[in-house]
Design a protein around this ligand. Structure first.
Ligand SMILES: NC(=O)c1ccc[n+]([C@@H]2O[C@H](COP(=O)([O-])OP(=O)(O)OC[C@H]3O[C@@H](n4cnc5c(N)ncnc54)[C@H](OP(=O)(O)O)[C@@H]3O)[C@@H](O)[C@H]2O)c1
Length: 254
């Protein structure tokens, strides 16, 4: 039987937001290891530059671009820089996200709007910035990092889950509007709990400690486990749309 799968991203160009830590950093490393040129985006410039140097040292093509996803102008500049540097964008990973959890009763409205700004508007900015380029080329793959919370809310995470429901809806709609007609693929990656710095964005120390306690004797996912799910989606044959990937720890029942 003919093997139609591609195992290499040589010649492809990928942009990854939130590449300065956790899942985004692992995704960028995994894409680079498969041969893609990678554009690392986040706010912490030094981390990105260190990682870009390390990737270059291992023979990859990599560049760091300090970017705040809440700025449409910066996201457009990010895409322009990727095209200037590497000639095109094949894969755009909307990964940047924050999770300042709190019960609705605390009415931490500023945290809610910050989450919407990064987790929803940031994704919209990514889509809006890269789409004209992908439409012009008639191909591309947008990977959105949603969450298992995009399928069901959890106490203290209602607004976070709402942002991830939005990411799931946007991903679905992208496939509807752009898949068959424009050749643009979309994947919503939905991780369960991953051991990253994300939990540090929870403002309430007691909630952070409760989380740590809950996971103390359980095995969380590692960022690279999620990166492998992204690799699976982006290296699938061109006629395959891996629309959603729910990947969670075996120790996470819901
Ligand atoms: N960890 C989990 O359990 C889990 C589960 C499901 C889904 N996710 C999702 O996975 C994604 C990555 O999270 P993670 O777990 O890897 O957390 P992380 O280690 O805290 O990484 C978050 C990344 O987002 C970036 N970021 C935050 N605000 C930004 C902004 N305004 N502009 C640009 N970049 C920004 C951060 O970089 P800078 O601070 O340098 O800007 C960082 O690189 C998020 O969308 C998260 O919701 C995580």
């Amino acid at each position: 039987m003919e093997n139609t799968s591609s195992s290499s991203l040589t010649g492809k160009v990928a942009v990854v937001t939130g590449a300065s830590s956790g899942i985004g950093r692992a995704v960028a490393g995994a894409l680079a290891a498969e041969g893609a040129a990678v554009v690392l985006a986040a706010r912490r410039r030094e981390r990105l530059e260190d990682d870009a140097r390390e990737l270059q040292g291992s023979g990859a093509r990599a560049v760091a671009v300090q970017t705040d996803v809440t700025s449409l102008g910066e996201m457009r500049a990010l895409v322009a820089r990727a095209v200037d540097t590497f000639g095109r964008v094949d894969i755009f990973v909307n990964n940047a996200g924050i999770m300042p959890l709190s019960p609705l009763t605390e009415a931490r409205v500023e945290d809610w709007t910050r989450m919407v700004d990064v987790n929803v508007n940031g994704v919209l900015h990514g889509i809006g910035a890269v789409l004209p380029h992908m439409l012009e080329r008639g191909s591309g793959h947008i990977v959105n990092v949603g969450s298992i919370a995009g399928r069901r809310p959890f106490p203290g995470g209602t607004v976070y889950a709402a942002t991830k429901f939005a990411v799931r809806c946007l991903s679905w709609g992208l496939h509807l509007e752009l898949g068959a007609e424009h050749g643009i693929r979309t994947t919503d990656i939905q991780p369960g709990y991953v051991d990253t710095e994300l939990i540090d964005t929870v403002p309430d120390a007691a909630a952070r400690e409760a989380w740590a306690e809950r996971w103390a004797d359980k095995r969380a996912l590692q960022a690279d486990d999620v990166a492998q799910a992204v690799l699976y989606a982006v290296t699938s044959p061109p006629h395959v749309a891996v629309s959603e990937v729910l990947v969670r720890p075996l120790d996470q029942p819901t």
